[in-house]
Design a binder for this molecule. Structure first.
Ligand SMILES: Nc1ncnc2c1ncn2[C@@H]1O[C@H](COP(=O)(O)OP(=O)(O)OP(=O)(O)O)[C@@H](O)[C@H]1O
Ligand SMILES: [Mg+2]
Length: 272
């Protein structure tokens, strides 16, 4: 029997995958919460991190009640590990708070410490999925630069597509200014009518990136507009825990498969 093991079981650091998007409300948190639950149900050790530090809501979506938040760890009131809270299906959450305006913009030292401590925690997981704030603020760009892979989420709305391009351009510019190599983000099209629309819009966005930035972001996955997704959020129950045959769930599985390919894995134990 070949047993698949993931990176951190071999003492490696789990990859940090950041879900971001220029425009607010495009579904970043919905994707992170549900992808986290889905991958945990598939047996991965998943940490989801709320890096929307000033307006966090993954705790609400996952219906957990954190005792401590990343903000408290940043001011030294607790360790980052003290903030960990178990969520549904075995996923673990590193929660942030809401309405703490000072956390809307960290200084470079705080940011570096957070990334460093998060890297330490990552050793205990197979994958780390981080939710980001909208926009192109310094935190978003710095977290994107620190991540192993960035997923830019957009809806078909022209303003969301424009902001997605703006974000990819900003990440590219940030990397050039800092003299750093940052991988080209991948695209997630949310609230589309189907694969055809997702591919068409991704092709258009990727074409603009190719022309002006010499980068070709690929389509990592898509999610349909779904009443089930909306209702699940109202019920504070991840849709990844129900309706296994729904189109949204099939799409989430495909995105999950893409994410799994980004996690180092090897056949570790070969038994007769
Ligand atoms: N595929 C979908 N079908 C139906 N509703 C969706 C879908 N994806 C997200 N939504 C709804 O859109 C709203 C915004 O989603 P979400 O909070 O995940 O976006 P966000 O990008 O994290 O927003 P913010 O920028 O404010 O953090 C939520 O009410 C959510 O239920
Ligand atoms: Mg959000």
């Amino acid at each position: 029997m070949v047993r698949e093991t993931f990176g951190s079981e071999r003492g490696e650091i789990a990859p940090l995958l950041l879900f971001t998007g220029g425009k607010g409300g495009v579904g970043k948190s919905t994707l992170v919460a549900n992808l986290g639950v889905h991958l945990a149900r598939e047996g991965m050790r998943v940490l989801v991190v709320d890096l929307d530090l000033a307006l966090a809501n993954l705790d609400v979506m996952l219906a957990v009640h954190p005792a401590h938040t990343i903000g408290e760890a940043l001011v030294g009131d607790c360790d980052l590990a003290d903030c960990l809270v178990p969520g549904p299906s075995g996923v673990e959450l590193l929660p942030a708070g809401s309405g703490e305006h000072a956390l809307g913009r960290l200084d470079a030292r705080q940011r570096a410490r957070l990334v460093e401590e998060l890297t330490e925690l990552s050793r205990d997981y197979d994958v780390v999925l981080a939710d980001s704030a909208a926009g192109i603020g310094p935190d978003v760009l710095a977290f994107a630069a620190a991540a192993d892979h960035v997923f830019v989420v957009t809806t078909p709305q022209p303003s969301a597509l424009t902001d997605a391009y703006g974000l990819i351009k900003a990440i590219d510019g940030w990397a050039r200014d800092a003299g750093r190599e940052v991988p080209t983000p991948e695209l997630v099209l949310n609230q589309v009518s189907g694969l055809e629309e997702a591919e068409r819009l991704a092709h258009r966005l990727s074409g603009a990136c190719q022309r002006f930035l010499c980068r070709s972001p690929r389509l990592a996955g898509w999610l349909p507009t779904s009443l089930g997704v909306e209702q699940a959020e109202h019920a504070r129950r991840p849709f990844a825990e129900g309706a296994p045959k729904s189109l949204a769930m099939n799409c989430l599985r495909r995105l999950g498969a893409r994410v799994r390919r980004l996690v180092p894995a090897q056949p570790a134990a070969i038994r007769p």
